[in-house]
Design a binder for this molecule. Structure first.
Ligand SMILES: [Zn+2]
Length: 277
């Protein structure tokens, strides 16, 4: 973090051009950005780096490149909105790999179950940090997958309370979106996506075991047709965050399968990733 440390506290840190170019090239979905968008994304990333603290944990050594890669991806969803949407983010914490989040659930009999679940990222509520697994954040194997965008979109969603898949509509930017329309479109798409995933799951072998290569291959073959990560079925908030990942990183299948969702995301983020390509 030599460069970040050196500039920390100064008003307008500039990301050295060579470092910016190097990071930009590692994020192929940024390639279609216009010259003007690139300049604004760099300036916003500089602002983001000046405002937020970055912490490596569990032995992860943060360097300038990591910080710039996170800043550029975090700023993409708010590029045409405002960095103020991230005001309540305490900072960014980076683990080398997946980390465990304690979970609790009360079952129908009233019994409390507690367990630890591995996570690739977490957006902590109400003024909390964004936590990322660097191994997952740099995993380019899964098409349309982007942990950094996912977690920051949760943070946008949380600005008006709990993450529920309905982000705050800002009068200066979102006058053209009717909240009731948003809710109807997203609810219908979420229902549809859940049945689609159920149908695919029903076609998996009954003794499905993803450590078996033939089963893993069957899984990829079946689920590869989906326009987004099936993790989206977990909750309406996950559906919104996963759809936003696809919107920015691999928009064509999303637009094809859920054109109304694509259109609302285009209006919300005030960007048209398909139009750029
Ligand atoms: Zn999530």
């Amino acid at each position: 973090m030599q460069w970040i440390k050196r500039l920390f506290g100064k008003e307008a840190p500039r990301i050295p051009d060579a470092l910016w170019q190097f990071c930009f090239q590692q994020l192929p979905f940024l390639e279609p950005l216009s010259a003007g968008e690139r300049i604004r994304l760099k300036a916003m990333s500089e602002d983001f780096l000046a405002r937020k603290s970055f912490t490596g944990t569990a032995g992860f050594e943060l360097d300038d490149e990591t910080a710039v890669l996170i800043a550029a991806q975090a700023c993409l969803p708010v590029l045409e909105l405002s960095l103020d949407l991230y005001d309540d983010i305490a900072g960014v914490v980076v683990y080398p790999g997946s980390f465990l989040i304690p979970q609790t659930e009360v079952d129908e009999a009233g019994v409390v179950h507690e367990w630890q679940e591995p996570a690739s990222g977490e957006a902590v509520h109400a003024g909390g940090a964004v936590v990322l697994s660097w191994e997952d954040a740099t995993d380019m194997d899964a098409p349309g997958y982007n942990v950094v965008i996912h977690e920051f979109v949760h943070k946008i969603d949380m600005r008006d309370g709990n993450a529920n898949g309905c982000p705050p509509f800002l009068p200066e930017f979102h006058a053209g979106i009717r909240p009731s329309h948003w809710q109807a479109v997203f609810a219908a798409a979420y229902e549809d996506f859940m049945s689609w995933v159920d149908e695919l799951e029903a076609q998996l072998p009954e003794d499905f075991d993803d450590s078996r290569p033939d089963h893993a291959e069957r899984y990829d073959e079946l689920f590869g047709v989906l326009p987004m990560d099936p993790y989206a079925v977990r909750h309406p908030a996950e559906f919104f965050a996963v759809a936003a990942e696809a919107f920015f990183v691999l928009p064509a299948p999303l637009q094809e399968d859920y054109p109304e969702v694509y259109e609302l995301l285009r209006l919300y983020f005030r960007q048209d990733p398909l139009g750029r390509a």
